[in-house]
Design a protein around this ligand. Structure first.
Ligand code: NCD
Length: 357
């Protein structure tokens, strides 16, 4: 059976998302019943970038399934600090673990890892690109809180440019019927072209809004995000963007009674703490759902019943062009193939989806 990786949710069939979400909800209802599911299996968590929720929910998920966890959250304490390549680290880990969850500051790193890995790879966030396990968590939350994934008006606010959770979420929700989006951000932090292309192709309605006030009354779901300070090219650029969108009790009064507020967390200042205790504030419940989403994912991947996930399908090798994204794994890791595929925006890099030139 071909190995299935989990790099981009959209590489799997929507039926598989449903299967994962249903299993996560069952696990959420009876968390104690699954402690034999991954007995004898080892998850390796390779965190090249800071994390609280993703890292610990992966660990908690594996322990709740009866499995064990190895890994690092500081590459400085591993041979990576001696110059070891991602490829070698991944190849070797294949002999130590059964499945790998990797978070990395470079776009496309999880995809690069999957090319050389002998064991399944899970993308736990690759730079400012994608974060599919957060989206799985978000889908579980929407299923529990709103009864499903279609016919919602979803406002997404904050850093739509560098927010990987936003990119994965839009890619997923635009596959469902009747959804519309209100993109609430400054012009500088709007969605990148590969996400806009997904929206255009999907036929979902989407509009832009400059302020939270104007968007609030329209929304069924408000997805707040942090301005991703670590991804800006200069401190000045970040300073110019921070603190513009702040959700507070006053703005909440403009929302529908059953609108829910989601946030992948961590929050900085974009939601005031007075909102936390409102029944409509779903973000801490959402964080808890991350454990069950990851339990369902790890179990299903190890059991081998997830199909697809091969992102090299449809991609081809390019000779005369290359990826110009300085934050792409291609700019740092040698020996990666020059993968690309065709999109409406022209030919794009097979790792980070940015145009090649
Ligand atoms: C997010 C991430 O790391 O992309 N957090 C998370 O995984 N829950 C969002 C963020 O860091 O702002």
């Amino acid at each position: 059976m071909p190995k299935t990786h989990f790099i981009d949710l959209n590489a799997l069939k929507v039926e598989d998302w449903d299967k994962l979400v249903s299993l996560a909800i069952q696990m959420r209802e009876n968390p104690g019943e699954y402690h034999e599911y991954c007995r004898g299996k080892i998850l390796a968590t390779l965190f090249y970038e800071p994390s609280t929720r993703t890292q610990f929910s992966f660990q908690s998920a594996m322990y709740r399934l009866g499995g064990q966890v190895i890994g690092f959250d500081n590459p400085g304490t591993t041979s990576i600090s001696k110059g070891e390549s991602l490829k070698d680290t991944i190849r070797m880990l294949g002999g130590y673990a059964d499945i790998i969850a990797i978070r990395h500051p470079l776009d496309g790193a999880a995809m690069a890892a999957s090319i050389t890995s002998d064991i399944p790879i899970i993308n736990a966030g690759d730079g400012g690109h994608l974060h599919p396990t957060q989206t799985l968590t978000d889908l579980v939350t929407l299923a529990v809180e709103k009864g499903g994934f279609d016919n919602h008006c979803i406002g997404i606010c904050g850093d739509l440019r560098y927010g990987r959770t936003v990119h994965s979420l839009i890619k997923a929700l635009s596959c469902f019927r009747g959804n519309s989006f209100v993109l609430i951000s400054t012009k500088e932090l709007t969605v990148p072209p590969y996400v806009k292309e997904v929206l255009d192709k999907s036929g979902c309605r989407y509009t832009y809004a400059d302020t939270l006030e104007e968007a609030m009354p329209l929304l069924d779901v408000l997805y707040m995000t942090r301005i991703q300070r670590e991804r800006f090219s200069s401190p000045e650029e970040y300073e110019a963007q921070k603190g513009i969108y702040i959700l507070d009790g006053e703005k909440m009064k403009r929302a529908k009674d059953d609108m829910i507020v989601m946030h992948p967390l961590p929050r900085v200042d974009e939601i005031t703490t007075e909102v936390d205790n409102a029944p409509r504030a779903a973000y801490f419940r959402q964080a808890r759902n991350g454990v069950f989403a990851r339990m369902a994912l790890i179990y299903t991947m190890l059991e081998g019943s997830l199909c697809g996930g091969d992102l090299t399908e449809g991609a081809f090798e390019i000779k005369d062009k290359r990826c110009r994204n300085k934050r792409c794994i291609k700019a740092f890791e040698y020996n990666l193939p020059d993968l690309a595929y065709d999109s409406h925006e022209g030919t794009v890099c097979g790792f980070c989806e940015q145009p090649v030139m």
